[in-house]
Design a binder for this molecule. Structure first.
Ligand code: TYM
Length: 329
């Protein structure tokens, strides 16, 4: 089975990215063939600073490796290093109803907030479908917010297959119910665009300060509380051991505690949880060329797979490359 997922380098990775998605990449890499990429083409819809995008792309690769992605087991690459994906995007665009894209939440939300959207943002799900279909992916580990996009991908693949014969493999989303929607510092979904993130590799002191500022309600300390509906507890549970989680849940139900106490416990748990990746990251950061070599090798493998799929798709719809173009690939 082939597993694929992508992540945008629009900022440094946060807990939502890790618990919703990256943790799954790492779990799945032992048993399945994994393709994981840094979605810099998608990031272009928000970042308009070349140096910053280059740096965030490299940082993203370092973060993924530090968190445990193993380039001997999985293929790690940068989205734009595989031009077949953008070629495929056009082909898919010709099978994409406008209404389908109008219903997609990233575009809809921006429009509802009165912000101007460009065609890149509008057609974003088509590029994402091409990302998935270009590698005959079976399984796509993501957080809840990406499930709609994977449905779009399936719709487009079905539509193409219906018109031209079965050329695409249909993928399925994989979400972890325990972390499908990791809450941010305000209790809403943690997201760069909501400005409520806690970054994985943020300086520990700054991170603790941010944790201490997580919004909580003003119920009195001695009142018992339901841990299941509290976002601070949801975050704690992601990083604590079973035993610690149980103790904390009991404390919530008994009452007689302050949120400050929970926040300190959360900061301690986070520090412990990410201590090893943090140390690995510090090492990797000293060797950016090694990281670039890993990305280059990954891109070579990814291009080979995508070229085969593109050839099949072009044959199916009647735009098979001329012999000159084919020889250049
Ligand atoms: P992106 O970069 O916004 O997020 C990367 C991954 O992190 C997950 N995630 C979360 N999960 C749980 N709780 C949260 N608060 C949270 N915030 C983020 C996302 O669900 C995602 O899995 N369009 C994609 C990138 C992409 C892609 C692809 C993904 C491009 N092509 C092909 C899969 C397959 C995105 O913007 O993710």
């Amino acid at each position: 089975m082939r597993v694929l997922s992508g992540i945008q380098p629009t900022g440094r990775f946060h807990w939502g990215n890790y618990f919703g998605a990256i943790r799954q990449y790492i779990e799945l890499q032992d048993e399945h063939e994994g393709y994981y990429f840094i979605a810099n083409l998608h990031a272009l819809t928000t970042i308009r600073d070349a140096e910053r995008l280059r740096q965030l792309t490299l940082d993203a690769a370092i973060d993924l490796l530090a968190l445990g992605l193993d380039p001997h087991k999985a293929t790690l690459f940068v989205q734009s290093d595989v031009p077949q994906v953008t070629q495929l995007t056009w082909i898919l665009m010709t099978c994409t109803p406008m209404g389908l894209l109008e219903r997609c939440h990233a575009y809809k939300e921006k429009k509802e907030r009165g912000l101007t959207a460009d065609a890149g943002l509008f057609t974003y799900p088509v590029l994402m479908a091409a990302d998935i279909l270009a590698y005959d992916s079976n399984l796509v580990p993501v957080g809840q917010d990406q499930v709609q996009h994977i449905e779009v991908c399936r719709d487009l693949a079905n539509s193409f297959n219906h018109h031209f014969g079965k050329a695409f493999v249909l993928p399925e989303a994989r979400i972890l119910s325990s972390a499908a929607k990791v809450p941010g510092t305000d209790g809403e979904k943690m997201s760069k665009s909501y400005n409520n993130t806690i970054e994985i590799f943020e300086d520990p002191k700054a991170q603790r300060k941010k944790i201490m500022r997580i919004q909580t309600d003003s119920r009195p300390m001695d009142q018992p509380k339901d841990p299941e509906t509290d976002h601070l507890f949801q975050l704690f549970r992601l990083m604590a051991t079973e035993e610690e989680t149980q103790e904390m849940a009991d404390l919530y139900r008994r009452g007689g505690f302050g949120y400050g106490q929970v926040k300190q416990a959360l900061a301690d748990a986070a520090e412990r949880f990410f201590a090893e990746p943090r140390a690995r990251r510090a090492e990797l950061e000293k060797h950016p060329d090694t990281v670039r070599d890993i990305l280059d090798a990954g891109a070579t493998r990814a291009r080979e797979t995508a070229a085969e799929v593109l050839e099949r798709v072009e044959q199916a719809c009647g735009i098979a490359p001329s012999r000159v173009a084919a020889a250049k690939r």
